[in-house]
Ligand binder design. Structure first.
Ligand code: NAD
Length: 420
């Protein structure tokens, strides 16, 4: 994902605001509230990395563990030049809520290193990855905290990290990290899991709303892992017609629908969806405001705000991106009857299959892609209805309902453990 530089610092206050709202509605115990409002542990590390030219460069890194009341902490590692501790704190808390909404026995964490991976050689990237693990290893472990890929970190980086951790422990500990390549204990079905989980939710939302999706229109902002698989699966599993897609270089529109295979082939050849033959170039604003059944924000945070929420015509917004809708926009959309499948739920297929990866690593027994998809569908449906039911019983929008489900579960676990 590409973080939105204008809005990235807002994340921490947004995440706290969302907790505040849920806490007020469920009258959360004040001590539980204080515990949840801040991370339980933070580690700040200084990494010395040998560069190819013989010099040593110093990097700053973090690992934040928000809450492990329901199980070991889980969350990605980001390599980004604009990384900040506040962003990592917000994302760590989002992982607590996401694992809780999905009812998987994990807590929430996030890590990051301030660096520009695009300027590092493969050797420098490997040494940086290994240095991060050496400095954070005492925080990590299959029973403590299990990282995963995130912004600008890849399965290859996960493989180096799993290797470094295994060397330190003296035996193979592949389960310490997820998102690994298949040959090192990765899970089948991980690559499309985020989009697939969102698609399963849309199917349930359409049934709930009584909307027939076959041949209905959809638009997708972002064409990376989440957005491109959303295109493929929206057509394959829901029969949607995807009329517009975009990436950082441009937006394309075709009223008759865009072929996933052809757009992908064009992107592979040119590096972007922009310039796709026969499509019309439109603006990002136009894409978001198209008259579609389903809108997939799958790129940046804070793209639906009080400035454009009134103009959104989609019936369903499937938030594959983290934090694409601001709290102010939420209220406008809810009042206008737009059905949001909130990020905590919509993009949780990724962490769910990461959890499946941990389970398979622990057992040393691997599932087929069909088995992974079947289990994912079951998990997504159960979580969808938990949120849907909470939205109805409290008469609140789905995001708030997802927070209520998540916060109640974590608060119950803390209570049972005697933390308050
Ligand atoms: P990615 O890096 O693979 O792709 C991001 C895409 O967004 C790229 O196509 C990029 O060109 C596009 N983009 C950047 N700026 C844009 C702009 N201004 N307008 C339109 N498109 C723009 O990232 P990803 O893994 O697909 O993640 C996308 C979002 O989904 C992020 O918010 C991420 O946090 C969230 N997410 C992803 C996963 C996952 O498993 N990949 C899981 C949970 C959440």
């Amino acid at each position: 994902m590409k973080p939105n530089p204008q809005t990235e610092e807002l994340s921490y206050s947004t995440s706290q605001k969302q907790l505040d709202e849920a806490a007020a509605i469920i009258k959360l115990d004040p001590v539980a509230y204080e515990l949840l409002r801040r991370p339980m542990r933070e580690l700040h590390v200084t990494l010395a990395v040998k560069m190819d030219n013989g010099s040593t460069k110093i990097f700053q890194g973090f690992r934040v563990q928000h809450n492990n009341a329901r199980g070991p902490n889980k969350g990605g590692i980001r390599f980004h030049p604009n990384e900040t501790i506040d962003t990592i704190r917000a994302l760590a808390s989002w992982m607590t809520w996401k694992t809780s909404v999905m009812d998987i026995p994990l807590g929430g964490a996030k890590g990051g290193v301030i660096c520009d991976p695009k300027t590092l050689s493969p050797g420098e990237l490997e040494r940086l990855s290994r240095a991060y693990i050496r400095q954070t290893a005492s925080f990590l472990g299959t029973e403590k905290d299990i990282p995963a890929p995130d912004v600008y970190t890849t399965p290859q980086i996960m493989a180096w990290m799993a290797d470094e951790y295994s060397i330190m422990q003296g035996n193979n500990k592949f389960g310490v990290i997820t998102g690994k390549p298949l040959a090192l204990g990765g899970s089948a079905g991980r690559s499309d899991a985020t989009a697939r989980g969102g698609i399963y939710c849309i199917r349930e939302a359409a049934l709930t709303l009584g909307i027939n999706l076959t041949e209905s229109r959809a638009a997708i902002q972002g064409y990376g892992n989440a957005g491109s698989y959303a295109h493929k699966l929206a057509v394959e599993l829901l029969g949607l017609k995807v009329i517009a897609v975009s990436d950082s270089k441009g937006c394309i529109y075709h009223p008759e629908g865009l072929s996933y295979e052809k757009v992908m082939a064009h992107k592979k050849k040119t590096g972007s969806v922009a310039g796709f033959p026969s499509a019309i170039a439109i603006s990002d604003k136009e894409l978001l405001e198209l008259d579609v059944a389903v809108l997939f924000p799958a790129a940046l945070d804070s793209v639906i705000t009080d400035a454009n929420a009134m103009n959104i015509k989609a019936k369903i917004i499937a938030e594959l991106a983290n934090g694409p809708t601001t709290p102010e926009a939420d209220t406008v959309l809810y009042n206008n009857g737009v059905y949001i499948i909130p990020d905590l739920l919509c993009n949780a297929g990724g962490v769910t299959v990461s959890y499946f990866e941990m389970v398979q690593n622990a057992y040393g027994y691997y599932w087929s892609e069909d088995e992974v998809q079947e289990r994912l569908e079951k998990k997504m449906k159960t979580a969808f209805f938990a949120v849907e039911q909470k939205a109805r019983s409290y008469n609140v929008h789905n995001r708030l309902a997802a927070y209520i489900v998540a916060v109640e579960r974590v608060a119950d676990a803390m209570k049972l453990r005697g933390w308050y």
